[in-house]
Design a protein around this ligand. Structure first.
Ligand code: 5AD
Ligand code: SF4
Length: 487
């Protein structure tokens, strides 16, 4: 038997082992469970450093909300903070290395200010190896807590004030879904909304099912209530967040993601509804038809493919084939003609041959994605793929990544070039960070647009004609109405 066959048998066995079980769970109210620790943060400052995905960014908004309720205010830099928190990502190794480097650099600050409290949370904190590493090498970390109990932050800070030792409070299983968490959203235009936590897919390279637990959906009425509140606060765009948004509701058995999109589409005041991340595995025709029909749901789908080769897809335990993916793309494009498709791709997965990598290139050519996040495979402790044979050399991985990026950049540029002269609807988000002369916003298809125009357009929808397309953004000219010309 060849190595590869053994490897495939092994993967299937792992898949069997990880058949998801539905979790009994209920919603609980943060106000009812949060211990009243009082306003112990008054006069103190906090700084949160966030790594990783949009879900982590949103968790940071929640923890900042809790801290501000305790009286803390945001510090402008690390030096003036009384509480420093690292909200971490475990998806790839290099992100983890960066965090340990940062924790090392904090030590002098701790020496200077013994009152300073240092916390580590997020996906890394869920890993046992990381907990051991903190205990052994970084004892100046005061609190370590995981993804399932971030609502416990106020109490943990309270305890840390009186403790000389690192407090570890990492739950290995998710508890109830916590509602009414405070949130400090940065600006008043776009907002993230959690709809589902965890992942049941167990792709063989991925640590997320271990760090985020099984899929749990929020109740539809709780999500819609939050979206209505955001509309009342003046937010124009929402992004529905989950590891597999199109699995939303499976655990609740009462409704699905398409029903949720349709319900959000009814909320007056919201102009755009985005969602991320989708999984090709359960992207139903009902969902495609709902996206096509709902005017506020944008024409952009982030649909991670990971590889264009069936053997690799099987070993990744992705649950679909290349042919299935291409057919799905065809059905999506038929129903939503101007849809923009983006993806995630991993190169150098264990055992990936040059020919198998070529299949990924040919899939990218065939689909013509608007954009792609491309990654070199990173072995994650505890995931099945670390035990697969034939790990690809770093040199080959780098070369493949380079070829893939070049191909994708060419395609992105060609797609953008074809938009020259087109007039697009832009939700204006603010001034460009690199050139204050320009305003910056996004099309419904999630393309960045830079153009010159009056500041009062910030937070509004504007019509912009594309004049100078680039690879990663579009430069354009505001279509001026009579009113704009008078400004
Ligand atoms: N190595 C490299 N990339 C990974 N991703 C997830 N796990 C790994 C890993 N071990 C990528 C996938 C996923 C994205 C969020 O991160 O492409 O879609
Ligand atoms: Fe990880 Fe996404 Fe696969 Fe879940 S579906 S295991 S989050 S790559």
């Amino acid at each position: 038997m060849s190595d590869l066959l053994q490897l495939e048998d092994f993967t299937q066995a792992e898949g069997e082992m990880h058949r998801p079980t539905l979790v009994e769970r209920k919603s609980v109210d943060y106000r009812a469970i949060a211990k009243n620790v009082g306003r112990i943060g008054v006069g103190k400052k906090y700084h949160i450093k966030t790594y990783g995905c949009q879900m982590n960014e949103h968790d940071t908004e929640i923890m900042a909300g809790m801290l501000e309720e305790m009286g803390y205010t945001a510090a402008s830099n690390l030096e003036e903070a009384d509480f420093i928190l690292f909200n971490t990502c475990a998806v790839r190794e290099n992100a983890e290395d960066k965090v340990f480097g940062e924790i090392g650099r904090i030590k002098p600050l701790k020496n200077r200010n013994p009152e300073l409290i240092l916390g580590l949370c997020g996906c890394m904190a869920q890993e046992e190896v990381v907990q051991q590493m903190v205990a052994k090498t970084y004892p100046w970390v005061d609190i370590v807590f995981g993804t399932h109990n971030l609502h416990r932050l106020p109490e943990l800070i309270d305890r840390a004030r009186h403790s000389q030792e690192t407090i570890f409070e990492v739950w290995d299983k998710a508890g109830d879904v916590v509602e009414n968490l405070p949130k400090l959203r940065k600006e008043g235009i776009k907002a993230w909304v959690n709809i589902q936590y965890g992942c049941n897919k167990f792709c063989t390279y991925c640590i997320v099912p271990y760090t985020r637990g099984r899929e749990r959906s929020r109740l539809l009425e709780d999500v819609v209530a939050e979206v209505k509140e955001l509309a009342a606060q003046g937010f124009k765009e929402i992004t529905l967040l989950g590891q597999n948004v199109n699995d939303y509701g499976i655990d609740l058995k009462a409704y699905d993601f398409a029903d949720l999109l349709a319900a959000c589409n009814e909320v007056a005041g919201i102009e755009r509804i985005r969602f991320t991340t989708s999984n090709p595995w359960n992207f139903t025709d009902k969902l495609i038809a709902t996206i096509a029909r709902c005017d506020k749901v944008v024409e952009h789908i982030h649909l991670p493919v990971q590889s264009g080769n069936n053997t690799i897809l099987r070993r990744m335990n992705r649950g679909y084939t290349r042919e299935f993916y291409l057919d799905l793309v065809k059905r999506i494009r038929q129903a939503i003609p101007n849809v923009s498709l983006t993806t995630d791709i991993i190169v150098g997965f264990p055992g990936e041959t040059e020919e198998q990598f070529e299949d990924t290139l040919s899939l990218v050519e065939e689909v013509r994605f608007d954009g792609a996040f491309t990654f070199i495979y990173s072995p994650r402790a505890g995931t099945p793929a670390t035990r697969f044979k034939q790990q690809v050399s770093e040199a080959d991985q780098k070369r493949r990544l380079q070829r893939l990026i070049e191909l994708q950049n060419r395609i992105s540029r060609e797609i953008n070039d074809a938009m020259k002269g087109e007039t697009v609807e832009v939700l204006v988000e603010g001034e460009s960070k690199t050139n204050a002369e320009f305003l910056q916003g996004r099309t419904r298809t999630n393309k960045i647009v830079l153009f010159q125009g009056p500041k009062h357009l910030i937070g509004q929808l504007a019509q912009v004609t594309v004049t100078e397309p680039q690879t990663f953004y579009l430069k354009g000219k505001l279509v001026t109405s009579g009113e704009e010309m008078a400004v």
